[in-house]
Design a protein around this ligand. Structure first.
Ligand code: F6R
Length: 606
């Protein structure tokens, strides 16, 4: 989390930095700030709030200088306030740093520095780095050496950029576990947490690796590892087009992204259907190796984990491969028993989620092949896995994931068909029929999105509640989880998702006339079973909002109709109303839908 932008070159830095952190605001938005060196002075302005508000209040745009650093923050240590905002100065105010990550030994380092007489200003873990550099300079080190030595003392995850008033022609950068990218342009060097702030200025980028420490001037750079040995990093050429990120006629990016789904689902399978199977360009695992796979482990976090759950069902149902779903954050520490004939499939929108990266590293250590289903091109996960399938959904700006969830589902469906064909569990005719049905989904979703009046009406009736329960079975159980997560995230209503039959093992105690229960109950294999679960809710006077297939509308408080598709593809359809319901409820409650409190889109700390 936290977005870093820095520049050294011929141009005025601040317009570049402000635009840079604006592009990175999805990573965190509780406070922000900028520091530059101008006429031998190190100047800084920073404060709590979103960039737009801080900029108009503190006039960040007024700062001058051709070298500077900026950050938009998502607080880990120290509440989001003016003092804890980045950049942070050393005690003598000669050095300023921005940091993304967590310095895990910050309190012991602070203690040592306090004993030496230093007084800290903020409650952050980050500030200690600036103080350490100052202390090491006082011991006789050059800025470059002090920067390197300070980084050897800190433990944890960091992407750091520093400037020193006395070295106005240099930027100091370092990376360990948190991403940092250099952009090389004719006018200077750009630094950022990802390529988004850079791609407009140059197509040449260097992805720093863990342990890299660099010194940049406006026309050159050198990189060393933490043992002070020069390292060479490839200069990569960005091929992808610069993405359109305007909000168009929509009131929020989330609504825009919900409405983009016919297009993004189509993009997820475009060019990947080959008669009676699927094809992928970047799997990088041979068919022979894939045929040997005995178990698939799907890992992800949050919404991506919900997509993993659907994927687990699809892979077992269609490709008949035993599949298991794990939270990346648990998987990394549970000492998983892994075998070489396992395959790890990692799902991530951002491609930067720290826990998912750790899960990949855990699998790789044990010789397990890894595949990433990622949206962000060139992201850390995309570069780390053995092979991958991009979602091609375009940048997702709303913090709550919507379009990338359905893209994940479409890709998992294709992957299941591909593996099913490969291992012979799926015959050609059935595969053709299944692929044909997938091709029809964008049209179906497009029709659904034409009229959301019923969902808006339901939102108007229930938006003032404090709780909600979401129930679903089998393929629609992950949709119940996703519906509850979306509602929590953007409207701050407490919501739980449950497998419908589990309800009677506990949550049923919550049900009374004030509890709205959203039941995802399309016709299908378990329809009669879920009807019984609905009766259990009704008997306790719970308010039943049923999402079901056209034509079934008896005996429920509210009915949201969806078209009938096969069980496999139903989650692509049944998720649309739960996304819209959370959106309209949050809108009625006046919430900041695209930037909900406490959240960030890229979770680069564990
Ligand atoms: C929820 C949401 C998060 C992310 C999670 C994983 O709307 O967006 O739960 O799904 O933080 O992020 P990625 O997919 O980037 O790894």
């Amino acid at each position: 989390m936290c977005g870093i932008s820095a520049y050294i070159g011929e141009k005025e830095a601040v317009p570049i930095l402000l635009e840079g952190i604006k592009r990175l605001e999805y990573r965190g938005y509780d406070s922000c700030g900028v520091a530059t060196i101008f006429e031998k002075e190190l100047v800084c302005r920073k404060g709590a709030g979103k960039i737009k508000d801080v900029n108009s209040k503190l006039k960040l745009f007024e700062l001058k200088g051709c070298v500077g650093i900026a950050q938009t923050r998502w607080a880990t240590h120290g509440e989001p306030n003016d003092v804890n905002a980045h950049p942070h100065f050393s005690e003598n105010k000669e050095i300023a740093i921005v940091h993304n990550g967590i310095i895990e030994n910050a309190s012991s380092l602070r203690k040592v520095l306090r004993e030496k007489g230093y007084n800290f200003r903020s409650k952050t873990d980050s500030e200690v780095v600036a103080f350490l550099i100052e202390d090491l300079i006082k011991e006789g080190n050059s800025m470059g050496d002090a920067f390197m030595k300070a980084l050897k003392l800190v433990e944890g995850a960091f992407a750091i950029v520093a400037i020193n008033r006395k070295k106005p022609h240099k930027l100091y950068v370092a990376k360990q576990s948190s991403p940092l990218v250099l952009g090389i342009a004719n006018d200077g060097l750009y630094v950022a947490s990802d390529i988004l702030p850079i791609q407009k200025y140059t197509r040449k980028v260097v992805y720093l690796q863990d342990g890299d420490v660099g010194i940049l001037t406006k026309s050159n750079y050198s990189i060393r590892d933490l043992s002070n040995v020069d390292v060479n990093r490839d200069v990569n050429e960005l091929n992808e087009e610069i993405e359109e990120t305007s909000i168009g006629n929509f009131e929020h990016f989330m609504l825009k992204e919900i409405h983009e789904q016919p297009k993004t689902i189509h993009r997820a399978f475009r060019g990947r259907i080959d008669n009676d199977t699927a094809k992928f360009g970047g799997l990088n695992i041979s068919e022979k190796e894939l045929k040997r796979i005995k178990r698939i482990i799907l890992v992800g976090c949050g919404t991506s984990w919900h997509a993993c759950l659907v994927g687990g069902y699809l892979l077992e149902d269609i490709a008949k491969i035993p599949s298991q779903v794990e939270y990346a954050s648990e998987f990394r520490y549970k000492k998983p028993v892994l075998k070489e004939d396992d395959l790890l499939v990692v799902l991530s929108q951002s491609g930067e989620t720290a826990d998912s990266i750790a899960a990949i590293n855990e699998a790789k250590k044990k010789g397990v092949k890894t595949i990433g289903l990622v949206n962000s091109v060139g992201s850390s996960i995309a570069r780390l896995v053995d092979g991958g399938i991009y979602l091609h959904a375009g940048q997702e700006i709303g913090v709550a994931s919507t379009k990338t969830f359905t893209s994940h589902l479409a890709v998992l469906y294709l992957l299941s068909v591909y593996l099913g064909r490969l291992n012979g569990s799926l015959d050609s005719e059935k595969a053709k029929e299944m692929l044909n049905e997938l091709e029809g989904i964008p049209g179906i979703v497009s029709e659904m999105l034409k009229d959301s009046s019923k969902i808006e009406e339901v939102a108007s009736k229930y938006f003032e509640g404090n709780n909600a329960l979401y129930l679903g079975r089998h393929y629609n159980f992950p949709i119940a989880l996703e519906g509850a997560l979306k509602l929590k995230e953007i409207s701050y209503i407490h919501a739980e998702g449950y497998p419908a039959a589990e309800m009677k093992h506990g949550p049923i105690a919550l049900i009374d006339e004030n509890m709205p229960v959203v039941v995802i109950a399309p016709e299908g294999r378990l329809y009669s079973k879920i009807l019984s679960n609905i009766e259990e809710v009704k008997s306790r006077r719970g308010k039943v909002i049923v999402i079901t297939t056209n034509g079934l509308e008896d005996g429920f408080d509210e009915v949201i109709k969806i078209p009938k598709v096969s069980d496999y593809l139903m989650p692509l359809v049944s998720v649309i109303p739960v996304q819209l319901l959370s959106y309209y409820v949050a809108k009625k409650r006046g919430c900041d839908i695209d930037k909900p409190r406490n959240l960030a889109k890229s979770v680069t700390v564990e």
